[in-house]
Ligand binder design. Structure first.
Ligand code: GLN
Length: 550
């Protein structure tokens, strides 16, 4: 079949965490800045069918798409750096590929043939890649893991074959490696790069472009040496220099000539890149006019990877307010009634993010209480909204033992509970959840519509009455308590269009206190901060000003 779409495959070598996801996203940004349309895809070598079941400590955040896919966090970078919308088709794992092939085998689709890695698994992979190509100029496919891993072999074999399938001019391979600086000898070393490229060539892939991750710009001589040993053009050796702010990566790549080289190799004519919006974002990041401190009270406090989109959204909120955002993480297991005010004293705003399980919940409740009583801006996301409701029920509405049935199945007042029957706006049908197997109960996943009450904080932020936001949770607000909590000053200002599901709560007498059942962080962009993050940071700035004036 003839293909008009061009394909860029991004692989990585030497070690993981070199920033392949950011590199792929930045390539997307650069191509869009030249007026091309792009799509991105991540192929992950692990066996889990999706990352939904993996520990965020190990794997980082689970990124949720509009269509309800639980995906790798790199898809978050793709959406933040480009205008492409990610979905189920943009992330495949080995598990998902095999699952599909095995299901076909069980159905008898292979007519008694022997099912093998080549061609059945590799064909399946190639079809998945083609599945995102429709209607876009360039598809950027990132292969997870590093070259040399046993698990990534079928993916590498598939992308090797791909070039022959769609034509040499339509495919390039970009390889990201490490060029370390060795302090003792005062030199940068190219050997790891040479070995990594050798490894890639041994499976039949000759990279066209090398992205060399390093802490300094590589000299012409060094680039020439790498070019010679790795069999690429000197102008195809790109310094992927460490940067202070991730939104600088497209600019550094551009300076190094990456987008120019890509369009040359792929034989595409484009306009000159327009990068002014990126330059402005980076300038705002680097030259803030104000300063604000936000406490994130959560469980996975050691790894910023677990809250990737959240961190980014907070910084976007900072950019929108020309403010630097200092984040400090508070382990909710380490705070209680007595220590809370001391630990949170320096916070201009308190954020309780999403989470699962009972651990650390009481500390989060203390933090929400402190924010409510002291007038500190509070932003509760998903679990953070549920925490705010529990806290309010206990300390403002006199339901001392109120809880979520996720944390206490025998609570007399389950203000948050597992709704067994509800109307699903996406499928427009009544859905059932089985309360007897809570962990196995299905989650509400992906984008759902929400109607806002005029005059609320949320309504003012969004500037619109109907919004759609992404969900990933099982438990919901229990409507049996709506009236009682409302009478005490909790405002239910966002609900599903049918009114059944509570999506946003606010406090009547508080400068800025908002909890939402969805995850707004997934839709924030560096040049267009999410309205709730923008206003939360704005409220925190106002709080810090009031505090220093007092
Ligand atoms: N554990 C809660 C639930 O399942 C909240 C989930 C979340 O914060 N993502 O409803």
């Amino acid at each position: 079949m003839p293909f008009n779409t061009k394909f860029i495959f991004v692989t990585g070598g030497v070690l993981s965490s070199l920033g392949k996801g950011l590199a792929s996203a930045s390539i997307g940004a650069l191509l869009e800045s030249r007026g091309l349309t792009v799509s991105l895809q991540k192929l992950d070598p692990y066996i889990n069918v999706d990352p939904g079941t993996m520990n965020p400590f190990q794997h980082g955040e689970v990124f949720v798409t509009d269509d309800g896919a639980e995906t790798d966090l790199d898809l978050g970078h793709y959406e933040r750096f480009t205008t492409a919308t990610m979905g189920q088709r943009n992330n495949y794992t080995t598990g998902k590929i095999y699952y599909s092939v095995i299901s076909k085998e069980r159905r008898g689709d292979y007519l008694g043939g022997t099912v093998q890695v080549i061609p059945h698994i590799t064909d399946e992979i190639k079809n998945c890649i083609k599945g995102v190509a429709d209607g876009v100029d360039v598809v950027i496919v990132e292969i997870g893991g590093t070259v040399g891993d046993i698990e990534s072999l079928p993916f590498l074999e598939a992308i090797r074959q791909f070039r022959a399938d769609v034509g040499r001019d339509n495919v390039i391979y970009i390889h990201l490696t490490l060029v370390p600086y060795i302090t003792t000898s005062g030199e940068v070393k190219t050997k790891p790069t040479q070995h990594s490229v050798k490894e890639l060539r041994s499976i039949g892939i000759q990279p066209d472009i090398l992205l060399c991750r390093t802490d300094r710009f590589l000299s012409k001589e060094l680039k020439a040496k790498i070019a010679l040993f790795c069999n690429v053009g000197v102008d195809a050796v790109i310094t992927a220099k460490d940067v202070g702010c991730i939104y600088e990566v497209p600019l550094v790549f551009h300076q190094e000539g990456l987008d120019h080289k890509i369009v040359e190799l792929l034989n595409i004519w484009t306009r000159a890149p327009k990068l002014d919006t990126w330059e402005e974002v980076v300038r705002h990041f680097k030259e803030p006019l104000h300063d604000v401190t936000i406490a994130i009270v959560g469980k996975y406090v050691n790894l910023t990877e677990s809250y990737k989109s959240l961190n980014e959204a907070l910084h976007h909120g900072g950019v929108a307010n020309r403010s630097k955002v200092n984040l400090f993480f508070v382990d909710s297991e380490k705070i209680g009634k007595d220590t809370c005010s001391e630990v949170l004293a320096k916070a201009d705003g308190i954020l309780v993010p999403g989470g699962f399980g009972r651990r650390g919940v009481e500390g989060k409740i203390c933090a929400a209480r402190y924010a409510r009583e002291q007038g500190v801006p509070y932003f509760g996301i998903c679990l953070g909204m549920q925490i705010a409701v529990i806290e309010f029920a206990r300390h403002a509405a006199g339901l001392e033992k109120a809880n979520s049935s996720e944390f206490d199945e025998f609570t007399p007042d389950p203000v948050i509970y597992l709704m067994t029957e509800w109307f699903d706006e996406r499928t427009r049908s009544v859905q059932h959840r089985d309360a007897t197997s809570e962990k196995g109960a299905s989650m509400r996943l992906g984008a759902y519509p929400c109607r806002l009450t005029a005059g609320s904080l949320a309504h003012r932020a969004y500037g619109s009455e109907e919004i759609a936001e992404r969900h990933r949770h099982r438990y919901e607000f229990n409507n049996a308590y709506r009236q009682r909590l409302e009478e005490q000053g909790l405002v239910f200002c966002g609900t599903s269009p049918s009114g059944d599901l509570v999506e946003i709560v606010e406090l009547r007498d508080h400068p800025w206190f908002l909890g939402c059942q969805f995850h707004p962080e997934f839709k924030s962009r560096p040049m267009a901060a999410h309205p709730l993050f923008r206003d939360f940071i704005g409220a925190a700035l106002a709080y810090s000003r009031r505090r220093s004036a007092a």
